[in-house]
Design a protein around this ligand. Sequence first.
Ligand code: B1M
Length: 213
Amino acid sequence: MTKDGMVNAAIAAIVSGDVDTAAQVAKDAIAEGVSPGEIMNDGFIAGITEVGELFESGELFLPELMLSAQAMDAATRVCNEALGGVSGEAKSRIVVGTVQGDVHDIGKAIVIAYLKAHGNEVYDLGRDVPIETFISRAEETGAQVIGMSALLTTTMEEQKKLIKTLQERGLRDKYKVVVGGAPATQRWADQIGADAYAEDANDGVKKIDALLS
Ligand code: B1M
């Protein structure tokens, strides 16, 4: 199959919520020499973006959205595994989670895979993570960076609250705080006093490298 064919198959597998095909397309594309980042961005992320639009316009409903999310999860696992990690001393220690009230974790998983592949030690705090957990895990692990993902306009407020809590406890200067997720923007990051906003996984790696250099 051509690269375009594989990209289209990836989009179709996500839109139709076909878990097995999504994983197989990811494996085939990587075996054919397409990079995991490329098939993820051009294929699977394009597919889940289309699903989001169909959901928003009422052409697709929650059960289908959940199947698409499962297909996305299967494809993400294959691509993330192929990205691998870097051995040797870690560049930095980072804790990353999806904020409380929010269960969207596909984007977070991709960001974590990219950060690991670029030689960072990453602690995945999971999803629906309370502020206290972000802070206690950052303290325990000696992290330099706290990364927060939020996909809902309601839950992005948690990003603001965490920064405020760090300030109140005299811990703000100890950590670089990076925010991301579909509703986040550079403007939002500036408004809440985050150190960086990352648009996608690649941008996250670059921004964190820049913050720590
Ligand atoms: Co929901 N959902 N969802 N959903 N969902 C959205 C976000 C929505 C925009 C869909 C829509 O209406 N168009 C909408 C939010 C509207 C809003 O807030 N304005 C929405 C809604 C409403 C809901 C529910 C409330 C639906 C309901 O129950 N009625 C519910 C909420 C549950 C909750 O969290 N409490 C819900 C549930 C779900 C599922 C469980 C079915 C599933 C999530 C499964 C999972 O994650 N395990 C799901 C999905 C899949 C989506 C969409 C379709 C896709 C999200 C996704 O995975 N995108 C989404 C529509 C959309 O975003 N277009 C939608 C792909 C992913 C690679 O992108 O996560 O943006 P993203 O991550 C990117 C960047 O943002 C960035 O890098 C990533 C990689 O490039 N990034 C970071 C992300 N985090 C970062 C952190 C960083 C740096 C970069 O540093 C720390």
